[in-house]
Design a protein around this ligand. Structure first.
Ligand SMILES: CC(=O)SCCNC(=O)CCNC(=O)[C@H](O)C(C)(C)COP(=O)(O)OP(=O)(O)OC[C@H]1O[C@@H](n2cnc3c(N)ncnc32)[C@H](O)[C@@H]1OP(=O)(O)O
Ligand SMILES: O=C([O-])CC(=O)C(=O)O
Length: 375
């Protein structure tokens, strides 16, 4: 891979804000490693549950450890009645990341972390419960159905699709969801993870750290970009239309969601992987329009701006091909990234100093308060 992008300027770009043993971004292998393993290798040779175990517990599991972990997570899919009642009160037109934020926070009220010795239990619970939270709300608010969140699906990705569609997914859809969850699991000091670490550095609880991280992921410059990318491509008729729409946006200097990255310079290694799966889904669907217009966007953005697709862009078409409503795209990111966030919270706690940078003051010079009658 090419040398790292020149990192400097605003946004703390290029400044080290701490140490991590969890992942590298833009440094080695295809460009992204989790605990030393290349994400490409993991995407081809592991499942999301193995990757979650790796990120949270430090090593890939043995078969016996994996079986036990999956059984444990399966047993944590049910939601307390009080949480279901809260979810039932959230309107259908609410932003789905607000539902995730409330769901996480409410679970923190019902199943609080009383001591850091509970951090792994709390994390496994969140990992198992997030698909249930978002699908319970979605199915109740949109279809008027109170779903049973305890499916027998072996894997989290298949479980999510099962809850959403009311039936077990095809093998292809289960596989793509699994790979997608692997790709989104961990990414060093990105904005949402840094949010979680700042919160953790005050010795706050896990639910507060994760709730804050969900808020940061919600924005379109971060996780919200997969939904924004879908909105961009959904009405593009063909490749020529895609080019016209994008050229217009570039002329107006609009940001094109799903392109560019704060760290990677000429490619995001997750893109090639999800792009390949999107192509397979398009073929299986018998309608490749979204895939083709996405490829046209990718070519034009490189040609015009030397900007490349990040992890989010081809996720839009891939998720759409699996009949996932656009408003659930970013919550899926949460269902995966809980692993990275929680591991970073644990890492911060294990070697903590409160994160408190300084600011360069650019305001007015020192002055005296004028009595209110004279202002
Ligand atoms: C999973 C993830 O969170 S991946 C990121 C998801 N976010 C998006 O897809 C949103 C669109 N992309 C962006 O807004 C940006 O590329 C970010 C936020 C990801 C990174 O921001 P930065 O590190 O500031 O970008 P970078 O330094 O590479 O920008 C260089 C130039 O390219 C422009 N640029 C970067 N990305 C884009 C884009 N997607 N569309 C148009 N122009 C862009 C910038 O405006 C900047 O131009 P300028 O020098 O005239 O101001
Ligand atoms: O690293 C970043 O800035 C954003 C990103 O790709 C991620 O969090 O997956």
């Amino acid at each position: 891979m090419s040398e790292a992008k020149k990192l400097s300027g605003a946004g703390l770009r290029g400044q080290s804000a701490g140490e991590t043993a969890l992942s590298t971004v833009g440094v080695s292998g295809s460009g992204l490693t989790y605990r030393g393993y290349d994400v490409k290798d993991l995407g081809e040779n592991a499942t999301f549950e193995e990757v979650a175990y790796l990120i949270l517990y430090g090593e890939l599991p043995t078969q016996a450890q994996l079986d036990a972990y999956k059984t444990k997570l399966k047993g944590l899919r049910g939601l307390p009645q009080a949480l279901k009642e809260v979810l039932e009160r959230i309107p259908a037109d609410t932003h789905s990341m607000d539902v995730m934020r409330t769901g996480c926070s409410m679970l923190g009220n019902l199943e609080a972390e009383h001591s850091f010795s509970e951090q792994s239990e709390i994390t496994d619970r969140l990992l198992a419960a997030f698909p249930s939270i978002i699908c319970y709300w979605y199915r109740f608010s949109h279809d008027g159905v109170r779903i049973d969140t305890e499916t027998d699906d072996d894997q989290i990705g298949a479980h999510f699709l099962h809850l959403l569609h009311g039936k077990a997914p095809s093998a292809l859809h289960a596989k793509v969801m699994d790979v997608s969850l692997i790709l989104y699991a961990e990414h060093e000091f990105n904005a949402s993870t840094f949010t979680a670490r700042v919160c953790a550095s005050t010795l706050s609880d896990m639910h507060s750290c994760v709730t804050g991280a969900i808020g940061s992921l919600r924005g379109p410059l971060h996780g919200g970009a997969n939904e924004a990318a879908m909105e961009l491509i959904q009405d593009m008729k063909d490749e020529a239309d895609a080019r016209d729409i994008l050229m217009g946006k570039l002329e107006r200097k609009d940001k094109i969601m799903g392109f560019g990255h704060a760290i990677y310079r000429d490619s995001d290694p997750r893109n090639a992987i999800i792009k390949e799966w999107s192509e397979k889904l398009a073929a299986a669907n018998g309608d490749d329009r979204l895939y083709r217009v996405s490829v046209a966007c990718e070519a034009l953005m490189w040609e015009q701006k030397k900007l490349f697709c990040n992890a989010d862009f081809f996720h839009a078409s891939a998720y759409h091909y699996m009949d996932i409503p656009t408003k659930l795209f970013t919550p899926i990111f949460v269902c995966s990234r809980i692993t990275g966030w929680a591991a970073h919270v644990m890492e911060q706690r294990s070697n903590n100093r409160i994160i408190r940078p300084s600011a360069d003051y650019v305001g007015v010079a020192p002055r005296k308060v004028v009595p209110i009658a004279n202002r």
